[in-house]
Design a protein around this ligand. Structure first.
Ligand SMILES: *Cc1c(COP(=O)(O)O)cnc(C)c1O
Length: 391
Protein backbone atom coordinates (compact mmCIF):
# COMPACT_ATOMS: atom_id res chain seq x y z
CA UNK A 1 0.00 0.00 0.00
CA UNK A 2 1.52 3.29 -1.01
CA UNK A 3 1.84 6.18 1.35
CA UNK A 4 -1.12 8.51 1.27
CA UNK A 5 0.43 11.97 1.12
CA UNK A 6 -2.90 13.57 1.94
CA UNK A 7 -2.94 11.82 5.30
CA UNK A 8 0.75 12.52 5.94
CA UNK A 9 -0.14 16.15 5.63
CA UNK A 10 -2.14 15.85 8.84
CA UNK A 11 0.93 14.68 10.77
CA UNK A 12 2.58 17.37 12.81
CA UNK A 13 6.08 18.40 11.86
CA UNK A 14 5.87 16.77 8.43
CA UNK A 15 5.96 19.07 5.44
CA UNK A 16 5.12 17.36 2.17
CA UNK A 17 8.09 17.60 -0.20
CA UNK A 18 7.74 20.62 -2.50
CA UNK A 19 6.92 20.07 -6.15
CA UNK A 20 6.00 22.36 -9.02
CA UNK A 21 2.67 20.48 -9.14
CA UNK A 22 1.33 17.94 -6.67
CA UNK A 23 -0.96 15.72 -8.73
CA UNK A 24 -0.56 12.88 -6.24
CA UNK A 25 -2.14 14.63 -3.26
CA UNK A 26 -4.84 15.96 -5.58
CA UNK A 27 -5.58 12.41 -6.79
CA UNK A 28 -5.81 10.97 -3.27
CA UNK A 29 -8.55 13.46 -2.41
CA UNK A 30 -10.79 12.12 -5.21
CA UNK A 31 -9.35 8.61 -5.42
CA UNK A 32 -12.54 6.67 -4.64
CA UNK A 33 -14.52 8.49 -7.31
CA UNK A 34 -11.75 8.32 -9.93
CA UNK A 35 -10.96 4.64 -9.35
CA UNK A 36 -14.61 3.69 -9.69
CA UNK A 37 -14.92 5.65 -12.94
CA UNK A 38 -11.80 4.01 -14.41
CA UNK A 39 -12.98 0.54 -13.37
CA UNK A 40 -16.34 1.17 -14.95
CA UNK A 41 -14.68 2.06 -18.29
CA UNK A 42 -12.57 -1.09 -18.02
CA UNK A 43 -15.64 -3.22 -17.40
CA UNK A 44 -17.47 -1.62 -20.32
CA UNK A 45 -14.45 -2.18 -22.63
CA UNK A 46 -15.64 0.93 -24.50
CA UNK A 47 -12.15 2.38 -24.61
CA UNK A 48 -12.48 4.63 -27.64
CA UNK A 49 -15.38 7.01 -28.22
CA UNK A 50 -18.80 6.25 -26.78
CA UNK A 51 -20.96 7.80 -24.10
CA UNK A 52 -18.24 8.62 -21.57
CA UNK A 53 -16.29 10.70 -24.10
CA UNK A 54 -19.43 12.37 -25.46
CA UNK A 55 -20.71 13.21 -21.99
CA UNK A 56 -17.42 14.80 -21.04
CA UNK A 57 -17.38 16.84 -24.28
CA UNK A 58 -20.89 18.10 -23.53
CA UNK A 59 -20.10 18.94 -19.91
CA UNK A 60 -16.96 20.78 -20.95
CA UNK A 61 -18.91 22.71 -23.61
CA UNK A 62 -21.41 23.79 -20.97
CA UNK A 63 -18.63 24.78 -18.56
CA UNK A 64 -16.72 26.74 -21.16
CA UNK A 65 -19.80 28.43 -22.65
CA UNK A 66 -19.10 27.12 -26.13
CA UNK A 67 -21.35 25.29 -28.61
CA UNK A 68 -18.99 22.49 -29.67
CA UNK A 69 -16.16 20.64 -27.96
CA UNK A 70 -14.19 18.19 -30.09
CA UNK A 71 -11.97 16.00 -27.89
CA UNK A 72 -8.59 14.97 -29.31
CA UNK A 73 -5.31 13.36 -28.31
CA UNK A 74 -3.38 16.36 -26.96
CA UNK A 75 -3.09 20.14 -27.09
CA UNK A 76 -0.56 20.08 -29.92
CA UNK A 77 -2.89 18.06 -32.14
CA UNK A 78 -5.70 20.44 -31.22
CA UNK A 79 -3.69 23.34 -32.68
CA UNK A 80 -2.78 21.39 -35.81
CA UNK A 81 -6.37 20.28 -36.43
CA UNK A 82 -7.55 23.87 -35.90
CA UNK A 83 -5.13 25.16 -38.54
CA UNK A 84 -6.15 22.40 -40.96
CA UNK A 85 -9.87 23.05 -40.45
CA UNK A 86 -9.41 26.74 -41.25
CA UNK A 87 -7.89 25.68 -44.57
CA UNK A 88 -4.55 27.35 -43.91
CA UNK A 89 -2.13 26.59 -46.76
CA UNK A 90 1.68 26.45 -47.04
CA UNK A 91 3.07 29.97 -47.03
CA UNK A 92 0.11 31.48 -45.19
CA UNK A 93 1.24 33.68 -42.33
CA UNK A 94 0.06 33.21 -38.78
CA UNK A 95 0.76 35.88 -36.18
CA UNK A 96 1.76 34.51 -32.80
CA UNK A 97 3.93 35.32 -29.79
CA UNK A 98 7.43 33.90 -29.53
CA UNK A 99 7.19 33.94 -25.73
CA UNK A 100 5.23 30.68 -25.45
CA UNK A 101 5.63 26.92 -25.31
CA UNK A 102 6.97 25.51 -28.59
CA UNK A 103 3.77 23.54 -29.26
CA UNK A 104 1.90 26.76 -30.07
CA UNK A 105 4.05 27.32 -33.13
CA UNK A 106 5.26 23.85 -34.02
CA UNK A 107 1.99 22.80 -35.65
CA UNK A 108 2.16 25.86 -37.90
CA UNK A 109 5.65 24.90 -39.02
CA UNK A 110 4.59 21.30 -39.60
CA UNK A 111 1.90 22.52 -42.01
CA UNK A 112 4.47 24.77 -43.74
CA UNK A 113 2.72 27.91 -42.59
CA UNK A 114 4.93 30.89 -41.79
CA UNK A 115 4.88 31.90 -38.14
CA UNK A 116 5.21 35.67 -37.75
CA UNK A 117 6.37 36.38 -34.21
CA UNK A 118 5.17 39.46 -32.36
CA UNK A 119 5.97 40.91 -28.97
CA UNK A 120 4.25 40.17 -25.72
CA UNK A 121 3.11 42.67 -23.12
CA UNK A 122 5.67 43.09 -20.36
CA UNK A 123 2.99 42.88 -17.66
CA UNK A 124 0.66 40.13 -18.85
CA UNK A 125 3.25 37.99 -20.74
CA UNK A 126 0.60 37.66 -23.48
CA UNK A 127 0.52 38.87 -27.10
CA UNK A 128 0.83 42.66 -27.34
CA UNK A 129 -2.27 43.58 -29.35
CA UNK A 130 -0.68 46.85 -30.47
CA UNK A 131 2.03 44.87 -32.29
CA UNK A 132 -0.35 42.90 -34.48
CA UNK A 133 -1.33 45.36 -37.23
CA UNK A 134 2.30 46.13 -38.09
CA UNK A 135 2.85 42.42 -38.67
CA UNK A 136 -0.08 41.97 -41.06
CA UNK A 137 0.77 41.37 -44.75
CA UNK A 138 -1.36 40.19 -47.71
CA UNK A 139 -0.35 36.64 -46.73
CA UNK A 140 -1.64 36.86 -43.15
CA UNK A 141 -4.51 34.45 -42.51
CA UNK A 142 -4.71 34.00 -38.76
CA UNK A 143 -3.82 35.33 -35.32
CA UNK A 144 -2.85 32.83 -32.62
CA UNK A 145 -2.85 34.40 -29.14
CA UNK A 146 -1.79 32.34 -26.12
CA UNK A 147 -3.34 32.82 -22.67
CA UNK A 148 0.00 32.30 -21.02
CA UNK A 149 0.39 31.15 -17.40
CA UNK A 150 -3.40 31.35 -16.96
CA UNK A 151 -3.99 35.02 -17.87
CA UNK A 152 -5.96 36.05 -20.95
CA UNK A 153 -4.51 37.87 -23.93
CA UNK A 154 -6.33 41.09 -24.90
CA UNK A 155 -9.08 39.29 -26.81
CA UNK A 156 -11.36 42.28 -27.40
CA UNK A 157 -8.65 44.16 -29.29
CA UNK A 158 -7.45 41.02 -31.05
CA UNK A 159 -10.96 40.16 -32.28
CA UNK A 160 -11.47 43.73 -33.52
CA UNK A 161 -8.22 43.61 -35.52
CA UNK A 162 -9.12 40.17 -36.88
CA UNK A 163 -12.52 41.42 -38.00
CA UNK A 164 -11.08 44.52 -39.67
CA UNK A 165 -8.53 42.48 -41.64
CA UNK A 166 -10.70 39.39 -42.17
CA UNK A 167 -8.43 37.04 -40.22
CA UNK A 168 -9.12 33.90 -38.22
CA UNK A 169 -8.34 33.74 -34.50
CA UNK A 170 -7.22 30.55 -32.78
CA UNK A 171 -6.87 30.82 -29.00
CA UNK A 172 -4.23 28.59 -27.42
CA UNK A 173 -6.01 28.02 -24.12
CA UNK A 174 -3.81 25.15 -22.91
CA UNK A 175 -2.76 27.07 -19.80
CA UNK A 176 -5.94 29.00 -19.03
CA UNK A 177 -8.95 26.72 -18.93
CA UNK A 178 -11.57 28.36 -16.71
CA UNK A 179 -10.24 31.88 -17.20
CA UNK A 180 -12.89 34.61 -17.56
CA UNK A 181 -12.48 37.46 -20.02
CA UNK A 182 -14.53 40.62 -19.44
CA UNK A 183 -15.38 42.79 -22.47
CA UNK A 184 -15.78 46.56 -22.18
CA UNK A 185 -19.59 46.22 -22.31
CA UNK A 186 -19.44 43.94 -19.27
CA UNK A 187 -19.97 40.66 -21.14
CA UNK A 188 -17.95 37.84 -19.61
CA UNK A 189 -16.74 34.89 -21.69
CA UNK A 190 -14.45 31.99 -20.97
CA UNK A 191 -11.14 32.00 -22.83
CA UNK A 192 -11.21 29.47 -25.64
CA UNK A 193 -14.77 30.46 -26.57
CA UNK A 194 -13.99 33.90 -28.02
CA UNK A 195 -11.96 33.22 -31.18
CA UNK A 196 -13.13 31.20 -34.20
CA UNK A 197 -11.46 28.20 -32.59
CA UNK A 198 -10.00 27.57 -29.14
CA UNK A 199 -7.69 24.72 -28.19
CA UNK A 200 -6.68 23.20 -24.88
CA UNK A 201 -4.53 20.46 -23.37
CA UNK A 202 -5.22 17.95 -20.61
CA UNK A 203 -1.54 17.15 -20.04
CA UNK A 204 -1.37 15.96 -16.40
CA UNK A 205 0.20 19.17 -15.05
CA UNK A 206 -2.31 21.47 -16.76
CA UNK A 207 -5.11 23.03 -14.68
CA UNK A 208 -7.54 20.37 -15.92
CA UNK A 209 -5.11 17.49 -16.14
CA UNK A 210 -5.77 13.92 -17.25
CA UNK A 211 -3.86 10.81 -16.14
CA UNK A 212 -2.15 10.74 -19.50
CA UNK A 213 -2.46 12.81 -22.67
CA UNK A 214 -5.55 14.58 -23.91
CA UNK A 215 -6.77 17.72 -25.60
CA UNK A 216 -9.84 19.47 -26.93
CA UNK A 217 -10.94 21.95 -29.57
CA UNK A 218 -13.68 24.55 -29.03
CA UNK A 219 -15.83 26.36 -31.54
CA UNK A 220 -19.21 28.08 -31.77
CA UNK A 221 -19.35 27.55 -35.56
CA UNK A 222 -21.38 24.51 -36.68
CA UNK A 223 -19.60 24.12 -40.03
CA UNK A 224 -16.17 24.40 -38.44
CA UNK A 225 -17.17 21.85 -35.80
CA UNK A 226 -18.00 19.34 -38.55
CA UNK A 227 -14.64 19.94 -40.23
CA UNK A 228 -12.73 19.67 -36.97
CA UNK A 229 -14.46 16.38 -36.15
CA UNK A 230 -13.74 15.01 -39.61
CA UNK A 231 -10.08 15.99 -39.57
CA UNK A 232 -9.53 14.46 -36.14
CA UNK A 233 -11.00 11.21 -37.48
CA UNK A 234 -8.99 10.52 -40.65
CA UNK A 235 -11.02 13.01 -42.66
CA UNK A 236 -13.93 10.66 -42.36
CA UNK A 237 -17.40 11.85 -43.29
CA UNK A 238 -19.15 8.58 -42.50
CA UNK A 239 -17.42 5.35 -41.60
CA UNK A 240 -14.79 4.41 -44.23
CA UNK A 241 -15.60 7.40 -46.49
CA UNK A 242 -12.79 9.93 -46.27
CA UNK A 243 -13.43 13.35 -47.77
CA UNK A 244 -10.31 15.24 -46.72
CA UNK A 245 -6.82 14.43 -45.48
CA UNK A 246 -7.00 14.29 -41.71
CA UNK A 247 -5.17 12.66 -38.85
CA UNK A 248 -5.93 10.28 -36.02
CA UNK A 249 -6.44 12.16 -32.79
CA UNK A 250 -8.67 10.81 -30.04
CA UNK A 251 -9.26 11.28 -26.34
CA UNK A 252 -9.70 7.83 -24.82
CA UNK A 253 -12.62 6.96 -22.56
CA UNK A 254 -10.53 6.45 -19.39
CA UNK A 255 -9.11 9.94 -19.68
CA UNK A 256 -12.59 11.34 -20.41
CA UNK A 257 -14.00 9.59 -17.34
CA UNK A 258 -11.29 11.06 -15.11
CA UNK A 259 -11.55 14.50 -16.69
CA UNK A 260 -15.33 14.52 -16.24
CA UNK A 261 -14.82 14.10 -12.47
CA UNK A 262 -12.04 16.66 -12.32
CA UNK A 263 -14.15 19.14 -14.30
CA UNK A 264 -16.62 19.25 -11.39
CA UNK A 265 -13.68 20.32 -9.17
CA UNK A 266 -12.13 22.79 -11.62
CA UNK A 267 -13.55 25.97 -10.08
CA UNK A 268 -12.46 24.83 -6.63
CA UNK A 269 -8.98 24.03 -8.06
CA UNK A 270 -8.81 27.50 -9.60
CA UNK A 271 -9.84 29.06 -6.27
CA UNK A 272 -7.03 27.16 -4.53
CA UNK A 273 -4.50 28.45 -7.08
CA UNK A 274 -5.74 32.02 -6.65
CA UNK A 275 -5.50 31.69 -2.87
CA UNK A 276 -1.90 30.51 -3.17
CA UNK A 277 -1.15 33.40 -5.56
CA UNK A 278 -2.69 35.90 -3.13
CA UNK A 279 -0.42 34.56 -0.40
CA UNK A 280 2.67 35.01 -2.58
CA UNK A 281 1.56 38.49 -3.72
CA UNK A 282 1.30 39.60 -0.12
CA UNK A 283 4.55 37.96 0.94
CA UNK A 284 6.52 39.60 -1.89
CA UNK A 285 4.83 43.02 -1.68
CA UNK A 286 7.32 45.85 -1.47
CA UNK A 287 10.29 43.75 -2.61
CA UNK A 288 12.26 45.88 -5.08
CA UNK A 289 13.87 42.88 -6.74
CA UNK A 290 10.66 40.98 -7.42
CA UNK A 291 7.74 41.82 -9.68
CA UNK A 292 4.72 39.62 -8.93
CA UNK A 293 2.25 38.61 -11.67
CA UNK A 294 0.01 41.37 -12.99
CA UNK A 295 -3.74 40.86 -13.18
CA UNK A 296 -5.38 42.97 -15.88
CA UNK A 297 -8.90 44.26 -15.22
CA UNK A 298 -10.25 42.38 -18.26
CA UNK A 299 -8.99 38.96 -17.19
CA UNK A 300 -9.29 36.64 -14.25
CA UNK A 301 -6.11 34.69 -13.53
CA UNK A 302 -6.21 30.91 -13.15
CA UNK A 303 -2.51 30.74 -12.22
CA UNK A 304 -1.33 27.80 -14.24
CA UNK A 305 2.03 29.30 -13.31
CA UNK A 306 3.06 31.86 -10.74
CA UNK A 307 5.85 33.66 -12.55
CA UNK A 308 8.05 36.34 -11.04
CA UNK A 309 10.16 38.89 -12.90
CA UNK A 310 13.51 39.29 -11.16
CA UNK A 311 15.17 42.69 -11.12
CA UNK A 312 18.95 42.58 -10.64
CA UNK A 313 18.98 39.07 -9.26
CA UNK A 314 21.35 36.28 -10.34
CA UNK A 315 18.61 33.95 -11.56
CA UNK A 316 20.81 30.87 -11.90
CA UNK A 317 22.18 31.50 -8.42
CA UNK A 318 18.65 31.77 -7.01
CA UNK A 319 17.54 28.61 -8.82
CA UNK A 320 20.49 26.67 -7.43
CA UNK A 321 20.00 28.03 -3.90
CA UNK A 322 16.33 27.06 -3.99
CA UNK A 323 17.07 23.62 -5.36
CA UNK A 324 19.73 23.04 -2.67
CA UNK A 325 17.04 23.85 -0.10
CA UNK A 326 14.38 21.58 -1.58
CA UNK A 327 12.43 24.29 -3.39
CA UNK A 328 11.82 23.57 -7.08
CA UNK A 329 11.60 26.38 -9.62
CA UNK A 330 11.40 26.49 -13.40
CA UNK A 331 12.14 28.85 -16.26
CA UNK A 332 9.19 28.94 -18.64
CA UNK A 333 10.79 29.17 -21.18
CA UNK A 334 14.58 29.41 -21.35
CA UNK A 335 14.67 30.12 -25.11
CA UNK A 336 11.89 31.94 -26.97
CA UNK A 337 10.47 30.27 -30.10
CA UNK A 338 12.08 32.69 -32.58
CA UNK A 339 15.52 31.74 -31.24
CA UNK A 340 14.94 27.98 -31.42
CA UNK A 341 16.98 26.10 -34.02
CA UNK A 342 13.71 24.65 -35.25
CA UNK A 343 12.76 28.05 -36.64
CA UNK A 344 16.11 29.00 -38.15
CA UNK A 345 14.88 28.06 -41.63
CA UNK A 346 11.72 30.10 -41.02
CA UNK A 347 13.81 33.23 -40.47
CA UNK A 348 13.28 33.06 -36.71
CA UNK A 349 16.43 34.99 -35.89
CA UNK A 350 15.35 37.90 -38.10
CA UNK A 351 12.66 38.86 -35.61
CA UNK A 352 13.64 41.62 -33.24
CA UNK A 353 11.74 41.08 -30.01
CA UNK A 354 13.43 42.94 -27.16
CA UNK A 355 10.57 42.55 -24.66
CA UNK A 356 10.47 38.80 -25.30
CA UNK A 357 14.24 38.57 -24.78
CA UNK A 358 14.07 40.81 -21.70
CA UNK A 359 11.41 38.61 -20.08
CA UNK A 360 13.17 35.40 -21.08
CA UNK A 361 16.22 36.47 -19.11
CA UNK A 362 14.29 37.49 -16.00
CA UNK A 363 11.32 35.15 -15.40
CA UNK A 364 11.21 32.39 -12.83
CA UNK A 365 8.20 30.26 -11.93
CA UNK A 366 7.75 28.91 -8.43
CA UNK A 367 5.47 26.11 -7.18
CA UNK A 368 1.76 26.78 -7.55
CA UNK A 369 -0.91 24.13 -7.52
CA UNK A 370 -4.12 23.11 -5.81
CA UNK A 371 -2.48 21.42 -2.84
CA UNK A 372 -0.04 24.06 -1.56
CA UNK A 373 -0.44 24.91 2.11
CA UNK A 374 0.75 27.95 4.00
CA UNK A 375 3.56 26.07 5.71
CA UNK A 376 4.96 25.14 2.32
CA UNK A 377 4.44 28.61 0.91
CA UNK A 378 6.06 30.25 3.90
CA UNK A 379 9.08 27.96 3.44
CA UNK A 380 9.28 28.81 -0.29
CA UNK A 381 8.98 32.56 0.34
CA UNK A 382 11.58 32.66 3.10
CA UNK A 383 14.09 30.80 0.95
CA UNK A 384 13.59 33.21 -1.92
CA UNK A 385 13.86 36.25 0.35
CA UNK A 386 16.93 34.81 2.09
CA UNK A 387 18.77 34.53 -1.19
CA UNK A 388 17.62 37.86 -2.57
CA UNK A 389 18.52 39.80 0.55
CA UNK A 390 21.96 38.21 0.86
CA UNK A 391 22.99 38.70 -2.77
C1 LIG B 1 0.92 22.32 -22.94
C2 LIG B 1 0.77 23.30 -24.01
C3 LIG B 1 0.47 22.93 -25.33
C4 LIG B 1 0.48 21.52 -25.82
O1 LIG B 1 -0.26 20.60 -25.16
P1 LIG B 1 0.11 19.05 -25.21
O2 LIG B 1 -1.11 18.40 -24.67
O3 LIG B 1 1.33 18.83 -24.37
O4 LIG B 1 0.34 18.68 -26.64
C5 LIG B 1 0.26 23.94 -26.26
N1 LIG B 1 0.38 25.23 -25.92
C6 LIG B 1 0.67 25.63 -24.67
C7 LIG B 1 0.76 27.08 -24.38
C8 LIG B 1 0.90 24.68 -23.68
O5 LIG B 1 1.22 25.09 -22.44
Amino acid sequence: MSLNPYLCQQKKGYMRPLQMVDTKTQYFKIKTEVDAAVLSVMESTMFIGGKVVNDFAQNLAAYNGVKHVIPCANGTDALQIAMMALGLKPGDEIITPSFTYIATVEAAALLHLSPVFVEVDKQTFCMDASAIEKAITPKTKAILPVHLYGHAAEMEKIMAIAKKHNLFVIEDNAQAIGCNYTFSDGTVKKTGSIGHIGTTSFYPSKNLGAFGDGGAIFTNDDALAEKLKMIAAHGQNRRYYHDVVGCNSRLDAMQAAILDIKLTHLDEYIAARIKAADYYDKAFAGQQKITTPYRAPYSSHVFHQYTLILNNVDRDGLGKYLSDNGVPSMIYYPLPCHRQKMFASFGGSEFNLPVTDWLTERVISIPIHTELDEEQQSFIVSNILNYINQN
